[in-house]
Design a protein around this ligand. Sequence first.
Ligand code: ADP
Length: 774
Amino acid sequence: MEKGSLLTLPVLPLRGTLVYPSVIVHLDVGRKPSIEALDMAMLEDRRIMLVTQKETAIKDPKEEDLFSFGTVGYVKQMLKLPNGTFRVLIEGLKRAQVLNYTATEPYYLAEIEVEDDQNIEQDLKADAFVRSILDQFKRYVDLSPKLSKEVYESTVDIEDLGQLTDVVASHLPIRLPTKQMLLEILAVDERAKTLIQVLTDELEVLRLEKQIGQQVKKTIEQSQKEYYLREQMKVIQSELGDKDGKRKEVSDLEEKIETSDMTDRIKEVAMKELQRYERIPQTSAESGIIRNYLDWLIQLPWQTTTTDQLDVTKTARILDQDHYGLETVKERILEYIAVQALTHDLKGPILCLVGPPGVGKTSLAKSVARAMNREFVRLSLGGVKDESEVRGHRRTYIGAMPGRIIQSMKKAGTVNPVMLLDEIDKMSSDYKGDPSSAMLEVLDPEQNYQFSDHFVEEPYDLSQVLFIATANQGQLIPRPLLDRMEVIQLPGYTEIEKQFIAKNYLVPKQLKQHGLTKANLTIRKDGLLELIRRYTREAGVRQLERKIASLCRKAAKVIVENPDEKIMITKTRLEDYLGKPLYRYGQMETEDPIGTATGLAYTAFGGDILSIEVSVVPGKGKLQLTGKLGDVMKESAQAAISYIRSRQAMLGINENFYQTNDIHIHVPEGATPKDGPSAGITMVTALVSALTNKRIRREVGMTGEVTLRGRVLPIGGLKEKTMSAHRSGLTTIIMPKDNEKDLDDIPESIKKDLTFIPVSHMDEVLTHAFVEGD
Ligand code: ADP
């Protein structure tokens, strides 16, 4: 390509960029005419005329929109991109000028004149220019964040001044007109001078930029610093504040410890803990643990007592005020207090009140506390099966707490409360240790003055506590505990006693609790009796009290709406208030049954009746037992069959009855499970009846254990059983002769309605149980 040579080349208009000679660039080409121009160039000798649009924004430039000065480029590569545009690699060859366009469709075709650099003598002046440009450019690259060192390094070897100016100019981020201007200067020295000027200007701009940047950065840094400092200050302030808060907390605690009830020893311990508390950071887990511990030490009573009132007459009055009957219990309590008054020593055995629910065990203990002027706390041991429930957890455990004894002491607030250990028979043990051994320590006067709780750690004195235990069933109390206790039985109440208790205690109490007076609500005698007989079935009076409470609630509702209303509850009106009766009373079987005998049972809820049903069908000698039978009852069934086999001739039963029949024994569940050997005679009676078709007298209830040879052995709970028989309307009771002495305990009011038949052998039972003549 000679200077001045005329060529006709396709034209590629450029937007926002230009290509200097000696420079290789990537261009993305998308405009259709441009692509066609490129295609054309590729078909020819790959040369194309590159001219820049004067306005970048124009989409379809006309001839006058294009600079006439441009560069002849050589298309080194053309790559189709997925989006349909082309990426071309073009090397700038020579400056050139469009003379005229020979075609505009489908692309511009122009006649151009190729230009050459002028004044290209490589003299000293040129060297000076080169050095100066490189020098400036280096400084520029050093300052510019956009150009890397490599860019500079790629220029240092260029000796040709013209080429150097083009390469350097191509790297500078200068505006397009300046670039175009540099392109259009053909005289190399002139171009170099202009470039140096441009470089100097650009350097200045860069320097200013940097300066501004630094200032901006400075201000930003400054504000960041301030923010940071302020944040730190906040932390410091809050730390200082917390310190003040903590100091206050510590001094509060100190005062609390000083004024607390602690003994000197415990105070010392507490102060030591407090010092530790002050030292460690509030946020640590340890801190919470110590705080919790200190709170416990502060709140526990250590020395405070109430002054005992040991006045036997007054106590007797209070016990009578609160409870009807229960003479033996009251008597025993009074004795206890009398001994106390004389000896001031609690080392006697612990009273254990045993009886079904609702017979007044809890309320007796409360009365004792009231009479003695002591605090009262109730601690339920039902379901306690883990030693740590009694003794607490070591305080290193998260959420550790003292055991129930210490918790109760905190509730009591004094060191000499009356503590009711409720349901001591319901404690059980598991792999985590036996709670009853811990209870043993609690109850042992030799040890309990320094009871050890895992949480409290310091020995705690329980020696002034008056313990009273309760149990539903005495035989379930762990033996070692039982040895420490004096058991007092509360057997349950007769119907007449219940009436009396309701009238004189429960009704007035409930009226008061519901804000009612006698004038608002009266329960007539027949109403009360119906309530006892057909709305409750219990040995105690708990359900009865609840029913009375529920009557009071209903009445209160009526009274609120109508204050003048006077409510009278009679037998017939009861149903309006409480719904249908829940139990049958005195409605025995209407016929004398075959194969069904009525036994008397003794459960945790007092006495109860149970019926044993037997059916015999031809079969292969299968014995089937259904219903809620305990193991003891299952054995009784086997024993009963053995007994019958030994007596079959006398009883008139087929020799092979147990081989030719299937025998089915069923014990209907009832409300509470029953078990025990005392169903023995009942079982035999039902079996014999079923096998011989003899009718059993429906008014007979029976209880007694039977041996394989038919001897009837004594049983427990005769009083309770008798009372439940009476409740159920039975009139004759067959019982072991050996239990005759127990008849003295049974209230006259009940005895007079019943016929007792003491027996010592099974034969006697059968004689009395069957309907005469059968
Ligand atoms: P327990 O502890 O035996 O289950 P409670 O002491 O809770 O029974 O007694 C239940 C309710 O019956 C209490 O309100 C109690 O005052 C009352 N009560 C029980 N026996 C008598 C009684 N002999 N005289 C008066 N009220 C009684």
